[in-house]
Write a protein of this length. Structure first.
Length: 433
């Protein structure tokens, strides 16, 4: 007997009337109209069954700290970094773990079951690293948490000197942090930024690790560290294992230079992460009008074959006062900021919070196919575009075939004479002509 059978489901690739059979935590069959005895049988009623959402870029050490010790008055990136510096001396292991665990509860409720989080490694005590390693162990049954060693103050610029900052970063990797991070645009000079990319990529190559750098999170069109990141990726044979996060300077670059740069990014097999909620909020702050949007060139990168994901980046922290772990909200903003309004582009926005980040993170067994992990989200929507439009309710969330979250359908009861008794905001119930 099967453990779980979901039938009459629509899948993100457009197939409908599909059954998904689960045994021992894995999907064993995906076929139309399969009927078989199962301990749990779920009628999807034609709604969308998706693999879980994935956040390719987050800061779990800072999450839910909004207002501590004060709020970010200007709302800028630099005040956020300063504010985080004020908060750091007051952080405790218990508070870090408590906030991160609470965020992971939100994530599960939103069907977000894999998160790559950067963790600040400039504190010689590595307090946040220890806290997030504990969180990683505790949430492992239901969330894949990948940690990035993120030198927030710059490895070369940091107050304690390059040698010590590199050593602290290496100690974080020794403890079990998975990925090498960086912040080249925050180093003192362009040359130091480029040197930091070289040193950190060499470290990753030496240890067989992936790389994910905050790169060119700036409105300065001359911030071109992504070029160095692509170069080092090729030089060290790291193709497919390196991610450039943010790349907001590309928004402001000259088109001619970008026509050279995007093929270099594609050639190096770099993954790209845009963070639309944060980019639209933090970039363009020195502009009057017209005011730049700041998000990197997502449609152009996708057209060149680059794997682009959307990340949440922040939720209720020194940089951003909103956020709820809802990757459909992130996709919704990315769609708007990138003007990705064709049917195909809207579908890509859904992929940017599901299949694309699965590739960037190197997740094994992700997807809805025989042999994949039975990690599934049933959405109150017929297809990916409707899911984005409605930021659809996650009706049921499964991890390895076990139900870990559920929510009632979003329906408003109406008290209107001559009108239906309720509405669920769905398109399929509307007369077409
Ligand atoms: Zn970030």
């Amino acid at each position: 007997m099967l453990d779980l059978l979901v039938h009459n489901a629509s899948l993100p690739d457009g197939r409908s009337g599909m059954s998904v059979a689960v045994q021992d935590g894995r999907i064993v069959e995906v076929s139309p109209g399969l009927q078989a005895p199962a301990h749990e049988s779920v009628d999807a009623q034609g709604q969308l069954l998706s693999p879980p959402f994935i956040d390719a870029h987050f800061h779990m050490d800072a999450t839910l700290s909004y207002g501590l010790p004060r709020v970010n008055a200007s709302g800028t990136l630099l005040e956020g970094i300063a504010l985080w510096g004020e908060l750091k001396p007051h952080l405790t292991h218990e508070a870090l773990v408590g906030r991160a665990m609470a965020y992971c509860d939100w994530a599960v409720g939103k069907g977000l079951l894999a998160i790559r989080t950067h963790v600040d490694v400039c504190d010689p005590r590595l307090l946040a690293v220890d806290a997030l390693l504990e969180v990683k162990r505790r949430v492992a049954p239901y969330i894949d948490l990948q940690l990035v060693a993120f030198p927030q103050d710059g490895v070369l610029r940091g107050k304690r000197g390059p040698q010590e900052h590199m050593d602290t970063l290496k100690r974080a990797l020794d403890k079990g942090v998975d990925v090498v991070g960086g912040i080249p645009h925050f180093e003192r000079t362009m040359a130091d930024g480029a040197l930091s990319v070289k040193l950190l990529c060499e470290l990753a190559a030496e240890r067989g690790l992936r790389v994910d750098m905050h790169c060119d999170e700036s409105d300065d069109p001359l911030s071109r560290h992504i070029e160095t990141l692509a170069f080092e990726t090729q030089r060290l044979g790291l193709q497919g294992r390196v991610t450039g996060s943010h790349l907001t300077s590309m928004h402001s670059m000259d088109n001619y230079y970008v026509s050279k740069l995007i093929p270099l990014i594609a050639e190096a097999g770099l993954h790209v992460v845009a963070n639309p909620l944060i980019n639209i909020t933090l970039q363009g702050r020195h502009d009057s009008y017209p005011k730049r949007r700041g998000m990197t060139r997502v449609p152009e990168l996708l057209a060149a074959g680059v794997n682009v994901s959307f990340g949440q980046d922040c939720a209720m922290d020194p940089w951003y006062s909103l956020g709820s772990g809802d990757m459909l909200e992130v996709a919704h903003m990315g769609l708007h900021v990138g003007q990705m309004t064709s049917q195909a582009a809207m579908a890509q926005c859904f992929e940017a919070v599901t299949t694309h980040p699965a590739r960037a993170l190197g997740l094994e067994g992700y997807g809805i196919a025989a042999g994949c992990h039975a990690d599934l989200v049933l959405l109150q929507a017929s297809d990916p575009v409707e899911a984005i439009r409605l930021r659809a309710t996650r009706l049921r969330v499964y991890r390895r075939g076990t139900l870990i979250a559920q929510a009632p359908a979003n329906t408003s009861t109406l008290h209107l004479p001559g009108r239906p008794a309720s509405t669920a905001f769905r398109h399929d119930s509307i007369p077409r002509f």
